[in-house]
Ligand binder design. Structure first.
Ligand SMILES: Nc1ncnc2c1ncn2[C@@H]1O[C@H](COP(=O)(O)OP(=O)(O)OP(=O)(O)O)[C@@H](O)[C@H]1O
Ligand SMILES: [Mg+2]
Length: 255
């Protein structure tokens, strides 16, 4: 969110930021001192060439891997190195670059199991409550695959699997959602569906952080674009500004 101060200067309202975030694999500085400030209530995109550290950055923020140094702050709390379920519980939901679903489980069960994977309910709790089932069904309607409720997840198209994963993320009622390549490998009609869903959820107040290579989608959806190169941001701004930044053209578009 951008607020206009009395002086006329604009300030960024952020719920999620990193300072000096670093993750080294062997000799590779996958994330290298990244200072990133996401805009709260907006659709933020994180773009950059293959191997520039976007997924590793996501993994550090969501607790999937522990950064070597630096901090992650969410809603004024230091969440650096916390367990994934604790971070999910704090309000950050995420999807994965390679869709993570249970292929032989039904579509409905996949959404229900997502509640447990995010640690919102204990694994020892009763298998499901009526309220959970109702909510899962509503989310399947929302993402547009309720007609496939009883199908095995493996029988869905890849785009439908991405929508299923998103329904699972929504079970946790996150206020911030991180999507790693939501359009990757997805056919164009479902890319449109995913884009509209992101816009609808954002209009309801959800902050988005989206890693995506599909530039048409990024430029049409995003309010704020952050460009990664070699593990850190090299430019950021509105889609228009970023697209004309020579550093971005050089690093990302290779021109
Ligand atoms: N678990 C790992 N072990 C060793 N090296 C890794 C590991 N994960 C990532 N890397 C390396 O870290 C660098 C950043 O990779 P990362 O997957 O974060 O990039 P990315 O920006 O998400 O790329 P892409 O756009 O292709 O998904 C790459 O050089 C990659 O080979
Ligand atoms: Mg990646």
């Amino acid at each position: 969110m951008t607020a206009t101060a009395a002086s006329g200067a604009t300030t960024t309202v952020s719920n999620l930021s990193t300072r000096g975030l670093t993750k080294v694999f062997g000799g590779v500085r996958a994330v290298d001192g990244a200072d990133v400030t996401f805009h709260e209530g907006k659709i933020n995109a994180l773009i950059g060439p293959n191997g520039s550290g976007k997924t590793t950055f996501f993994n550090c923020v969501t607790g999937m891997i522990k950064p070597d140094s630096g901090t992650v702050t969410f809603k004024d709390r230091d969440i650096t190195g916390k367990a994934p379920h604790a971070i999910a519980h704090a309000g950050i939901g995420r999807s994965f670059q390679l869709c993570r679903i249970f292929p032989r489980m039904s579509v409905l069960d996949n959404v229900l199991v997502a509640v447990r994977r995010t640690g919102i309910r204990s694994l020892l709790a009763p298998a499901r409550t009526e309220a959970e089932v109702t909510k899962a069904r509503q989310l399947l309607v929302r993402v547009g695959i309720d007609h496939l409720e009883n199908a095995e997840a493996r029988d869905l198209s890849y785009g439908q699997q991405k929508l299923l994963e998103l329904a699972g993320v929504l079970m946790g009622d996150p206020d911030t959602i991180m999507l790693d390549e939501p359009a990757g490998g997805v056919n164009p009609s479902l890319i449109g569906r995913i884009g509209s869903l992101v816009q609808e959820l954002n209009a309801e107040g959800t902050t988005f952080l989206i890693v995506e290579h599909n530039m048409d989608l990024v430029m049409s959806l995003s309010h704020h674009v952050i460009v990664f190169d070699r593990g850190r941001p090299i430019a950021e701004g509105t889609p228009d500004i970023v697209q004309s930044d020579p550093r971005v053209l050089e690093a990302y578009l290779g021109v």
